[in-house]
Design a protein around this ligand. Sequence first.
Ligand SMILES: [Zn+2]
Length: 79
Amino acid sequence: MVCANCKQKIENKDAFCPHCGKSSKRRDTVFEVIVRQAIAKAPWRQICRSAMEENEITEEDILKEVESRGFNRDDLSKK
Ligand SMILES: [Zn+2]
């Protein structure tokens, strides 16, 4: 994942960005919820849109994470 503040790469386990010091915890929590919605084939693009914008999470971020967990992005809800 990338830091929502400075856009540098950070580890998921980091509670704070090592580059700018901003807490990544809330974004992490939101990110995890959206990934789970996507894996559950929920219409995550709609229901999570405002949360994604708020936390600067892109569709691509979610899709990459889903793929890294062994799911195929083409199996996810397109709605
Ligand atoms: Zn940062």
